[in-house]
Design a protein around this ligand. Structure first.
Ligand code: SER
Length: 342
């Protein structure tokens, strides 16, 4: 049996990950979230704890379980973090520290390495101008790591903390055993057919699609020509699971870029309109949120992930829409309409 702890389990990635892990018979899922867990997910979990990641006592419920893998998803996203930077720092950094401390202790107690999976983000990048963004080409993991947001800074430092616990923890003590095996993917904007993000800055794409599916108009908070990379949720979940399973000796880094397709907001809207021809969209850029997205790359170079652990998205833009987003989102809102009419 593999024992897997998921923090922020009630969030978007948590939903996708738990549904996927629940199909594996040999996995026991332990969930932590600030809010009550969605009842649809509860049935898949061996233990659910409601608690705050900034309080180490929230993790006490799991201390007698020999945890093999941790997916540390609890975080405050980029737009929310700019509204309350100190709170974001507490949640994103103290939460990370609590998880790494828990992993080191748990590994020590049960004498095995604990793999800690961390969703980092394109928000770690901070390209100073639009001209540089457009001439940069696909950005590698080591270029432009100069974020302009609290969230981006939190992600960079969390990556460094993970590396520290894995490779250098208590450097002065030659007898220290390091039990943490930290691995991270830098995600692009993620789009789910089933859930909506809260407080992110790439949210305009999923918001557009979910509005169209409900027959609602949408005012997009970025310019038409805004471009960043995206992927759909099943690919994001695969990226985490594949990296978790990759043999350690194949990995040449602890942090990997991944992406599927890059689209401008206008191209995304056109794609949405292909399936929902009556969709009404206006572009009403919010200068602050625009500034954040403009500092993120138009595309990332994910060749290291492709080489080291065979990363490849199942869904390019065509398949993403025709095989995943549109059928699922149509079903989702059709069911809701039927339910509300009853
Ligand atoms: N989607 C996230 C956000 O917009 C980026 O990691 O905050």
């Amino acid at each position: 049996m593999k024992h897997v702890l998921i923090t922020g389990a009630n969030g978007e990635i948590g939903h996708g990950l738990i549904q996927q892990l629940a199909q594996q018979a040999d996995v026991a899922i332990y969930a932590l979230d600030l809010h009550p867990l969605d009842p649809a997910l509860q049935q898949h979990c061996a233990l659910v704890q409601q608690g705050d990641i900034t309080d180490p006592r929230s993790l006490a419920a799991f201390q007698d379980v020999s945890i093999d893998q941790i997916f540390h998803l609890a975080a405050i996203l980029s737009t929310s973090a700019e509204k309350q930077p100190e709170t974001a720092h507490r949640v994103n950094i103290e939460g990370m520290l609590n998880i790494l401390t828990f992993a080191q202790r748990n590994g020590q107690q049960f004498n095995h390495r604990v793999t800690v999976l961390f969703p980092s983000s394109i928000a770690v990048y901070g390209i100073p101008s639009l001209a540089q963004k457009h001439s940069a080409g696909p950005v590698t993991e080591d270029q432009w790591v100069t974020p302009i947001t609290m969230y981006g800074a939190n992600k960079v430092y969390s990556e460094l903390l993970g590396r520290y616990y894995s490779d250098f923890y208590r450097l002065l003590d030659p007898h220290t055993t390091r039990y943490v095996d930290f691995r991270s993917v830098r995600f692009p904007g993620i789009i789910s057919a089933f859930t909506l993000p809260t407080g992110g800055t790439s949210d305009y794409a999923p918001e557009m699609l979910h509005a169209a599916a409900q027959g609602k108009p949408y005012a997009c908070f970025v310019r038409e020509d805004t471009i960043i990379p995206f992927m759909v949720m099943p690919d994001a979940v695969n990226a985490l699971l594949w990296l978790a399973q990759a043999p350690g000796e194949q990995l040449t880094r602890r942090v990997y870029n991944v992406q599927s397709f890059s689209l401008t907001a206008q191209e995304f809207a056109d794609k949405v309109r292909q399936f929902f021809p009556n969709f009404q969209i206006t572009f009403d850029p919010d200068p602050q949120r625009q500034r954040i997205v403009d500092s993120w790359p138009a595309a990332v170079d994910d060749s290291a992930a492709r080489r080291d652990w065979n990363w490849h998205p199942h869904y390019d833009v065509e398949r993403a829409f025709t095989e995943y987003l549109i059928p699922n989102i149509r079903r989702r809102y059709a069911t809701e309409t039927v339910a509300s009419e009853q």
